[in-house]
Design a protein around this ligand. Structure first.
Ligand code: AHM
Ligand code: MG
Length: 348
């Protein structure tokens, strides 16, 4: 009988997992979420579902490998980068209040209508970490939404703090959509069969303490002193100044790194270094760093470029790159302090 009751409760709790639409509708009702934002978020979710399907079938549809073009960043486009970008445009482009979008794969913003106050601007990286597609590791799509402020305003270079929604889809063993609409971070798993995104990870939070860091250590020789200091201290483990052992991870897929950090904590670094400084860093501000920074802050973590809060950076271009350090607040604070100390000693 007891087992029967337990199964019944498990069934009920599965049944209660709210759909994305249910969650957004409740948010619109309880917290004043703009109902027209729901349509855009649902379209993003549909685009991600399509991208997830194309990824799963890529080997059968001959969609692995390069497309033969380079994008605005001068990077070789994968066929799947192009497919994912087209899915976003085709599906999100029909959202009635979408004024414009900015994609990693396109040089210029694409405008859909004369902008009116309250319309939406969508920024996205259609397939982040796409170097991983050919080796069958997790990749993702990252998105960010801001409002047009006044009628006719075509200013699209928005600081991260003006985002009203950001999130990502992760195409992993389970496909998930993780998002914030400005208060808390919520994770929805895509149910195989129905295709519904259901709330399985309510209020994701990042612990302030962690013993796990993620960085591409092959770039050690290019790093600045504060980054070397931080990593050297982690590597020294319990015999060094930190007095405890650290673990390291690197998947070369920011979405997978951030998802791990939102799930169990950690810190992620893609700093400016001697190899990428001329470009400003590796990751793009508008559609990689800012949306992830909003999620991380909403989950109780922190995000900095080493000197300033990422959400306060004023973009200078659509594809501007910035250094990114994000995750558990205490580690991010420590790394920022090392940058401040280094700048102080260089000035004196
Ligand atoms: P992409 O948008 O072209 O895929 O580049 C961004 C990705 C991030 O997901 C990841 O953190 C980083 O590039 C990995 O870079 P590296 O190959 O230098 O390790
Ligand atoms: Mg990317």
């Amino acid at each position: 009988m007891a087992t029967c009751g337990k199964r019944h409760n498990e069934f009920l709790s599965m049944f209660k997992q709210m759909t994305l639409r249910g969650f957004l509708t409740r948010h619109a009702h309880n917290e004043g979420l703009d109902p027209s934002l729901i349509c855009l978020i649902e379209n993003i979710a549909s685009a991600c579902r399509v991208i997830g399907d194309r990824l799963r079938n890529a080997v059968f549809e001959d969609n692995l490998g390069l497309a033969g073009e380079t994008n605005v960043q001068g990077e070789d486009q994968k066929k799947l980068d192009v497919i994912a970008d087209e899915a976003f445009i085709r599906i999100c482009g029909s959202s009635p209040r979408l004024a414009a979008l900015v994609s990693e794969e396109r040089e210029d913003a694409m405008w859909f209508k004369e902008p009116q106050a309250g319309d939406f601007l969508l920024f996205y990286d259609p397939l982040d970490g796409s170097s991983n597609t050919d080796v069958n590791l997790s990749v993702g799509s990252i998105f960010s939404i801001c409002n047009v402020e006044t009628n006719g305003d075509r200013d699209i270079q928005k600081a991260g703090r003006s985002q009203n929604c950001s999130g990502y889809a992760i195409y992993g063993p389970t496909m998930m959509l993780v998002l914030t609409v400005g208060s808390g971070v919520f994770g929805f798993s895509c149910e195989y069969g129905t295709g519904d995104f259901r709330l399985t990870h309510p209020r994701m939070t990042i612990p302030t303490e962690t013993s796990e860091f993620a960085i591409n250590a092959s770039r050690y020789r290019f790093w600045d002193a504060p980054v070397r200091r931080y990593v050297d201290e982690c590597l020294a483990g319990n015999t060094g100044p930190r007095g405890r052992d650290f673990n390291m991870r690197w998947t070369a897929s920011m979405v997978a790194e951030v998802h791990r950090i939102l799930t169990r904590g950690g810190v992620f670094l893609y700093p400016a270094d001697d190899g990428n400084r001329a470009a400003g860093g590796k990751l793009r501000l508008l559609y990689e760093a800012s949306p992830m920074a909003l999620l991380v802050e909403q989950a109780g973590g922190a995000a900095t470029d080493g000197h300033s809060r990422i959400l306060d950076l004023q973009p200078k271009g659509l594809h501007q790159r910035v250094p990114v350090i994000l995750g558990s607040a205490n580690e991010v604070g420590r790394i920022a302090k090392y940058h401040t100390a280094d700048a102080g000693s260089a000035a004196s």
